[in-house]
Design a protein around this ligand. Structure first.
Ligand code: HEC
Length: 409
């Protein structure tokens, strides 16, 4: 990610077989996530985490890992290893940036953490909330029971779901979407999540728990939609921030699937190159990846989305800007999520760590698509001025962009 590049993996760091050959390699592989990096800094005495009575190590961790409290999301469906503590009155708070996720429940014994390794995908840890001189992240492969499944494309990584819950947050397994991403219609999203921000007449399942609430929502759509404030639901003073921001949620949903896709692609292409020496069998996976990267099947917005200005500001500020001031992190929020719909994770260590031969193919295909040499139906819906803008931004800001991108056509 931006700013933490020095920490990128070198090819010899992890020699790993594809994940579905068993988890043992994953467990043994040393990870190169920002969490491992922070642990080294703690061990060397360069960082001392601060503990406070209300939040334990949370605020200090967020600060050291460069995660903003404006990214806070609140989820009350009972999932995670600490499920018995999660209810609509005590939701779990999640915080994230491009490569780290944290889960905090007031009063819970540990904070759940995951960090992205450019090749392994998500690496999962817990950190004890009790005050100690030497806080330690403990790698917990038990987390993979849920965090590695078909819903994460078979790799270890983040999960986003949307389920109807009862009044206590217990999930109705018959009711949900277990892989939410930017393609999921808004009307199906956010079951089990609090949502702050406005979205016009578009409906969603957020802020609802219990049969009565869902029944009333049927008759009176959005009666708990367009909420600016969550005080009516629970005691927000137990959390570092008051919001569960709609724009942050939509960002997370794009990002989580993108990251799993990158991990999957890395593992499949590494295996294909080892076995066959070429990527010919991966055509449809590569095209699928490009479609997701370029948001071709994104659920359209029928009304503007407005969330916290603070989240937007801090997220956009991290963008690599071209000479016209444009970046892939700029939001649109009128018709779609981003103004220039090409994932900002193209700048991630995970993208950079893809095998060279695969990157060669991806850049070539992207060039064809963004110059409209590609005339197939999959990318025909992207307006040509949008393609041009994305191409110009990438040409100026993506560090390993190929030289043919720079030629004038
Ligand atoms: C019982 C299934 C389950 C287990 C076990 C589990 N998680 Fe999760 N976790 C989830 C689900 C589902 C989500 C998505 C948010 C939600 O619906 O609660 C999630 C979300 C998260 C997130 C936020 C980023 C994301 O993936 O959306 C973190 C961080 C996280 N979990 C860490 C952990 C850690 C660390 C462990 C092990 C100590 C763990 N989880 C064990 C189900 C689980």
């Amino acid at each position: 990610m931006n700013g933490i590049r020095a920490f990128g993996a070198t090819p010899s760091d992890v020699a790993l077989d594809p994940f579905d050959e068993g988890t043992s390699n994953y467990s043994k592989a040393k990870d190169n996530s920002p969490i491992a990096h922070l642990q080294h800094r703690i061990d060397r005495g360069e960082v001392k985490l601060r503990h406070d009575d209300q939040f334990g190590y949370l605020l200090s961790l967020l600060e050291e890992l460069g995660v903003s409290t404006h990214s806070q999301l609140l989820v009350y469906s009972k999932t995670s290893l600490q499920r018995e503590r999660i209810t609509p009155k005590t939701p779990r708070a999640l915080y994230f940036n491009d490569e780290v996720y944290l889960g905090f429940i007031p009063g819970a014994p540990f904070i759940e953490v995951s960090g992205m390794d450019p090749k392994l995908g998500g690496v999962f840890y817990s950190i004890d909330q009790g005050k100690t001189g030497r806080p330690r992240f403990v790698r917990t492969d038990q987390c993979l029971e849920c965090h590695t499944s078909t819903k994460t494309l078979g790799v270890s990584g983040p999960l986003v779901r949307s389920f109807v819950t009862d009044a206590d947050g217990v999930v109705d397994m018959a009711s949900g979407i277990s892989l939410v991403n930017h393609r999921t219609p808004l009307s199906e999203r956010w079951g089990g999540w609090y949502v702050t921000g406005t979205h016009g007449a578009q409906t969603h399942r957020g802020n609802l728990s219990g049969r009565e609430a869902f029944a009333r929502h049927e008759k009176e759509p959005n009666y708990l939609g367009n909420q600016m404030d969550l005080k009516r639901f629970f005691d927000v003073s137990r959390y570092p921030a008051a919001a569960s921001d709609i724009v942050a949620l939509m960002t997370l949903e794009h990002q989580a699937h993108m990251q799993n896709f990158l991990t999957r692609l890395n593992q499949d292409s590494t295996a294909a190159l080892r076995q066959f020496g070429h990527l010919n069998h991966m055509k449809s996976e590569i095209e699928g990846f490009l479609k997701y990267l370029l948001f071709t099947e994104e659920a359209p917005l029928s009304a503007p989305i407005q969330g916290s200005a603070a989240f937007v500001r801090q997220f956009e500020a991290l963008g690599f800007k071209d000479t016209k001031g444009r970046s892939l992190r700029q939001f649109d929020l009128e018709r779609r999520l981003f103004k220039y719909p090409c994932s900002y994770l193209i700048y991630s260590d995970a993208f950079d760590a893809l095998p060279e031969q695969l990157k060669e193919t991806l850049y070539r295909r992207l060039w064809d698509i963004l110059t409209s040499r590609d005339t197939g139906p999959a990318f025909a819906g992207i307006p040509s001025e949008t393609k041009q803008a994305i191409r110009e931004i990438l040409t100026e800001t993506k560090k390993d962009i190929r030289s043919y991108w720079k030629q004038k056509d």
